[in-house]
Design a protein around this ligand. Structure first.
Ligand SMILES: [Ca+2]
Length: 307
């Protein structure tokens, strides 16, 4: 193994011990050491061609039977605050709170073997990770991956206790270096790119409508823009009324600011739900026992006029 340049022998020995421990727990999926680590079988047809994303804008894949069943008690006629309220109650009630420490091992289930990657899929780079490549120190892209709060935790005040800190729907595997480059930047189109990651994630001046171009934004690659948008819609509904702060460029507590919401609605339409996103939702459900409603039923987005 490679030890961090900045670390001494003591740190290296500790890291070696950690890696050996995590290898043992990650690779033996038949007998999970973590009681939460219930492995679900992939649903994707073996004939599915990796790399394919989705059809035309606005055309989402059909929900799974499990998705239909899960949301079957959400009335068809609900809209706006009534729909938000019903979804919030369901998502907050029906779930298993996982430990933050367990997320690394869960990523092998939720993000393993996705989209041509035989290891753990990375949202911020093209790297396909082995479980033992969890961060760790990083000096450049490709060094290690970590647990990225796609909705930055500083936006709810940084607390590590509440559910949102370890919510597997929104805390995603991502290259540690790119994650650090993003920091707490809002999601938006960019111009004047100052960083371009290996999967096409970009950092630069914000170019979305309604936000000053002097601000800096983080733009996911096209095939993940919708995924990120639906994660944000999920967060706004799941944690509706639960955040004590903050006022940010993107959000006011759990509410999306208008420019951010407008941008995410465009991405939601342009990058519709594909089989891989649906697959992740299904695998997360196997562990956390709740689901992203906007992956199962993308039309819910249009029935909520204000997130
Ligand atoms: Ca997508």
């Amino acid at each position: 193994m490679r030890c961090p340049i900045l670390g001494g022998m003591y740190r290296c020995a500790l890291l070696t011990l950690f890696v050996l421990t995590s290898q043992a727990s990650c690779r033996d999926t038949s007998v999970p050491s973590d009681p939460d680590a219930r492995i679900v079988a992939p649903l994707i047809d073996a004939a599915f061609v990796p790399g394919i994303d989705a059809g035309p804008p606005g055309v989402h894949v059909e929900p799974t039977a499990a998705g239909i069943e899960y949301f079957s008690d959400i009335s068809d006629g609900l809209t706006d605050s009534a729909l938000v309220g019903a979804l919030h109650t369901k998502l907050a009630g029906d779930h298993v709170e996982l430990s933050f420490a367990s997320l690394y091992s869960h990523y092998e289930t939720t993000d393993g073997n996705r989209d041509g990657c035989n290891g753990i899929f990375d949202f911020y780079s093209s790297k396909c990770w082995a479980p033992e490549e969890a961060c760790g120190n990083y000096m450049r892209e490709g060094d290690c991956f970590n647990r990225e709060h796609s909705w930055p935790k500083s936006w709810w005040g940084g607390g590590t206790g509440p559910d949102q800190h370890q919510d597997l729907i929104a805390v995603i595997p991502a290259d540690g270096y790119v994650n650090n480059q993003r920091g707490q930047l809002p999601l938006g189109e960019v111009s004047g790119t100052t960083y371009n990651s290996t999967n096409g994630s970009r950092i630069g001046n914000c170019a979305s409508l309604g936000i000053a171009t002097s601000q800096r934004c983080f733009e996911p690659p096209n095939n993940l823009k919708g995924d990120m948008a639906r994660i944000y819609f999920y967060m706004a509904v799941r944690y509706e009324g639960e955040f004590g702060c903050c006022s940010e460029l993107s959000v006011e507590k759990s509410n999306l600011n208008q420019w951010q919401e407008n941008q995410l609605r465009l991405w939601h339409n342009d990058d519709p739900v594909d089989v891989w996103e649906r697959e992740r939702n299904e695998r997360v459900f196997g562990l956390q026992r709740n689901r992203n409603p906007f992956v199962d039923f993308p039309a819910y987005v249009d029935r909520i006029s204000d997130f």
